[in-house]
Design a protein. Sequence first.
Length: 361
Amino acid sequence: MRRRYLVPAGVVAAIAVAGLAARGVGGSSADPPAPDGAPPATATVAVSDLVQTVQVPGVLGYGAPVGLPAKTDGGTVTWIAPIGSTVAQGQPVYAIDGAPVVLVHGTVPPYRELEPGVEGPDVQQLEAALAALGYTGFTVDDEYTWSSAEAVGEWQEDLGTEETGTVDVDEIVVVPHDLRIALHTQPVGATLGGAGSEGGEGGTASVVTYTGTTPVVVVGLDPAQQHLVAEGVAATVLLPDGTAVDGAVSSVSPVATAVDTGDEESSTTTITVEVALADPAAAGTLDSAPVDVNLVAAEVQDVLAVPVAALVALAEGGYAVQVVQDGTVEFVPVETGMFASGLVEISGDGIAEGTVVGVPS
């Protein structure tokens, strides 16, 4: 038998409530009471894994939107990818003065013109993107060569833009992954980078906010329950239609944040937890929806278990089960362990896998 960790106090209270479901038997004798007759139903003691869960509310969506910086010396927004659409590497996110601004995977933001003779990680990032898009004839490294420029020219030709062989800061946006358009922060027709723009002269504006492309569940967890979560810990997500979907904790914020409750005299703090779905397609077409998340509070493996209804509460305290064997019924005292999902862990003299016990009506 292997136990994972201690049960929180709130779960212990739930166990006590579950114990009330067992049937009471009168009598003052220290010995178990004699059965009145054969039980109306029976169950078999089985080796089981028991799991206790705590249910917390969450929101199914795509995570918190992030602003996408748009570096430009000026220009008019002429097109934006639709809200809710997915943009992959090599595809335009928006267009300025009719020229597409294309997504490149990476972590180094554009900060200079890339041209022959330039070296650095931003060069390697661009060349890796070109190679991933199928362009050849150059070496993916940190040197921007004439071969790199030729590949860029082919890429620009395919995009329908001027074939310069160089890449300026306003021609690409850099994000580590494909993105999903969450919101347009500028309308088509807005002027960027000049007077009146939030970016200022030659500055940075934001045309869109974005999220990841995979649905995730965000939970605002009570800090007192932080011990229930860690990256990789299993969870079950209950969708609005009642479907249960397997998942796992993908991130846990190390900082608790205050939540506005609308009451100036009280405040609530939560820890942000993200749960990834094992099958993201199970979310269907839902963009955002309230869900419930079951987190594992405690578990035991390979224990003997019976339905909770098989327990008989003794007047002097403790429990017994009715062991049915060869046409006879005998009350056998048992020790109880974990209660979970309508089952209870038991142990006692003569209790083994396959033992038949009565289930009182």
